[in-house]
Design a protein around this ligand. Sequence first.
Ligand code: TYD
Ligand code: MG
Length: 450
Amino acid sequence: MARDGAVYVCQSCGATHTKWAGQCTACGAWNSLVEELTSRPPGALAPTKASKTRGLNFETLETETATPPRIVTGVEEFDRVCGGGVVPGSAILLGGDPGVGKSTLLLQVCAQAAERGASCAYISGEEAVEQIRARAARMGLAHTPVKLAAETALRDILDGLKKEHFDLVVIDSIQTLWSDAHEAGPGSVTQVRSCAAELVRLAKKRGVAVLLVGHVTKDGQIAGPRVVEHMVDAVLSFEGERGYPFRILRGAKNRFGATDEIGVFEMGDAGLREVRNPSALFLNEGGERAAGAAVFAGIEGSRPVLVEFQALVAPSAYGTPRRAVVGWDSGRLAMVLAVLEARCGLGFGARDVYLNVAGGLRISEPAADLAAAAALASSALDCALPQDCVVFGEVSLSGDVRPVSRMEARLKEAAKLGFSRALGPSGVDGVIGVSRLADAVRRIGEEAWD
Ligand code: TYD
Ligand code: MG
């Protein structure tokens, strides 16, 4: 049995157990239970001395007081993902791998918002003030009126924020904070949760927008941002493929806006540069498009983006052929391969298949099915697609090519970038229509495009 007041908390999913076990029964992770001492069981109400109950105070949906306007930070890609600026009094969690550029992004957001007149504070538990200054100098933001602090004690941070009013406060990162109300170490589920809860409460009560940084870790050494996702108003993730300068900001949850918007940045010597028109960014420039390449006319959020799918189908050297995919769903790849085998007569049984989305972008639209299939067929048949052709369309298990959303916008963006042809679902103006995947494969194999 656990000692009095001790619980075992899974560091990967946050589930609490009364007994230690080798495996978490909630998420199945091994060796993730850590004893945490809490002064009272999690979830239990604090004993109150108040004897008179105050009851509920109902309000109406309508109100006379105007809602305060959003804080437009001036980092447009960030504002758009937030839904048009940061809502005062909201709590936003920014998650991402260590080193992806979260601190850089939020320092930039803070600095630009401060320059536009918002009062902003940047509180770091990871870096010393000198280090943040050096980064600001490198990014050309040293003159901006941002208030800096290096602090990890939650009590001091809360006291400071109660004394002075800010519009926007960055906490970098939630995993470094510790509250003296709990014995557990910084970064443990108990600490991360209770520190986040206190900061969210402060945000709502004082109308301060709080931006929390949360590191995503895979090994479960420190509690991931997942354990606070339900407390905050918006969850953004900052992603980037190793080796590419591009960084993509995505909304995973947003109480004040859509979650399908993306913000695109490029990491350079002087911080992050906003990429306002990313449509040509992910295209592989540099000459001829070889066999195995297909340009997908996609939509990311509200903007069309062209991106190249690259496939390599090669004889397998080993008994079990390899399937490797970067930037696309591996389940989707398996499905498209199965349809190509069953409906189009292409065999992949003894061949390795590699599929890559150029530029480090991750594609999740079903509209990319046909582009992936075209790239695979083009490599398998060793026939290149025309240079000026984009591809889009959803492929069903029966081998049909289905229409997708916003086809006009896709065609318009492709035309703008010099693509004069499109391979896609039949019955659409300006598209080389294929109603079945087998038709598309035949066209690619016969190089019949006119
Ligand atoms: P950082 O914002 O510290 O990442 P995080 O807070 O997510 O851990 O960014 C770290 C990386 O960004 C580091 O590898 C260096 C790179 N970087 C640049 O390339 N240029 C710059 O101007 C800055 C500030 C950082
Ligand atoms: Mg950082």
